[in-house]
Design a protein around this ligand. Sequence first.
Ligand code: ADP
Ligand code: MG
Length: 676
Amino acid sequence: MTDSIGEIAGIGPKMAEKLQAIGIYRIQDLLNYFPIRYDQYEQKPLHELTHQDKVTIVGKVIHPPQVSYFHKKRSRLVVSLQVDNVAVKGIIFNRAFAKDHFQPGEIVTVNGKWDQHRLQITIDQYRKGAIDKNAPITAIYSSRGEIKQAQIKKWMKLAFEAYKQDIEEILPLSYLQNYKLPTRAEAFQEIHFPSSFYHLKHAKRRLIYEELLIFQLQMQQLRKNTKEQTKGNAKEIDKQEVDQLIESFPFELTTAQNNVLNEIFKDLSQPYRMNRLLQGDVGSGKTAVAIASLYGVVKAGEQTAFMVPTEILAEQHEASMKEILPEDITIMRLTSSVKGKKRKEILAALASGECDVIIGTHALIQDEVHFKNLGYVIIDEQHRFGVKQRNILQEKGILADTLYMTATPIPRTLSITMYGDMDVSKIDEMPKGRQPIETYWVKPNMMNRIFAFVYEQVKQGSQAYVICPLIEESDKLDIQNALDVYQQLSLILEGRAKVGLMHGRLPSDEKETVMRDFANNDIQILVSTTVVEVGVNVPNATVMVIQDADRFGLSQLHQLRGRVGRGTKKSFCILMADPKGETGKERMQIMSETTDGFELAEKDLQLRGAGDIFGVKQSGLPEFKLADIVHDYRALETARNDAYEIIFGNKLVEPEYEKLKKYVNQNLLHDDTLLN
Ligand code: ADP
Ligand code: MG
């Protein structure tokens, strides 16, 4: 397996060089060069076809095809096919000559990209007659560089024949039995030389699981190392005192909040550093959990830092903490707008230990900030910060326990891969009494009716946000600016309701005043840019109007919508948009149908692809050979759980796992992920 590819007859030094150029050095690398697709048509019923996939359809030609010409030499051929009693449209571009192949009444097999909504296939390949069920399935490899398809196939065959007895099983037998997986040798045989689609499917299943397990074993090992290296920071949490605080809350914690809090306290009292991600949809009540947990730490005699992405949030959290926590706890706030004497005082209080809880923005990670004994770090809206920024704050403490909170729903698949070396807690339940937010998508010409509706709500004692995408008028983009809307609304509602204006360029004390007035219902309608996107909490607000909503992505729209529906009153989100493109329309549609953040994020992922979200491309995630983290998330979850059992259950010492361990250690992702 580790023999050089030069060992294969027919591969001379020159060819070996070409193979090395695409990363193939050893026999093992060649066998791991998996096909990108298979030739042989597999026919599925129409309803099982996936939108945008390459599919094969067998049908009967209904009418003679129609050909139309455009742009001088371009042509478009449309043929209608009858497939299982459904009419399907086939389209062929620039091959008008194909017309004669489609005679009415004839059966044809076509292959191409499927459009589920239009029941339409864009045909690449076509041939007369139905599929030949006995035709062999052939693997097609990516023939990069100067290597020809036929050559790869030939060597694959030679290499496999010569080395197949050396393909050792690395998984314990019990795994093969439990998951009904083929052996490693069988899987390699079937993936390169499939005997049927059935066997191919199971071969892939096996190799995908193996790939994910190997990845997860290394991630779990990393986690275990971190735990062992950070011994010695156990905190003595007084649960009774925390419970007393929780009893003073104006609400009862949900079961999910309680569970998460217990997970956190368990970690805090263990002798290793906590590295925990708290996921919870917007409005699920993460702040309450954070405050209760930091109270426990302060009572245990250590300092806490709470970092948030915006000044508005810092101010808001400070206010709610001062309301909830007993007076003998010293809470301070540090942002870039805190200057001069005040700043010096705060820095001194942090260094002397007089300040128990510091809440702040990026200002907290400046060099001048020193703590006496920082024991606990909470990072709210953690996706807003870079990895480096998060680490800097953590390192200002000695083995500080860290809680990362995120309201941006990260689909399960991504959280398992991205946060494979973190523990993940989830608040998967909304506080009692919440009503689903009703979302409507309307055209901008409904403006007057919308504002009438907003005023109706205000008259009933509620409040509203009106979000405008940009602060300055841009003729090009034709975006209405916040100032315009603010002036217009103020004029219309003069004497009946107070309208406020919020945007990023306001001086910070003005921002504070506006937010405070809105929180106190001295302002009823807040016209704002997206600065209120994250975290802002005014439970009395029940209407969120978003102008030019099609300019926002799904996650951002969901965040904005999450500013309402935070109390027990019925809330509304109104998306004003006139999207020109299909994706824009689709997004508005999805938003009006889905209120669940996780579901939305999964859809977002499907619309955009994994690489696009949260800069996954730059996040250092491995590129899997076979596995697709969106598609194979079940396998990923299984692999994660198994890897956890193996690493934390110290199973690697058992003989069953010897081959697996050796294999992983010979193919490490990083030096730090060595299994031991
Ligand atoms: P997020 O998870 O988006 O950060 P917050 O922590 O801001 O959510 O909470 C949203 C609102 O729900 C706040 O007004 C908070 O006081 C309230 N809340 C939190 N937990 C509960 C609960 N268990 N029951 C009722 N209301 C709650
Ligand atoms: Mg929050």
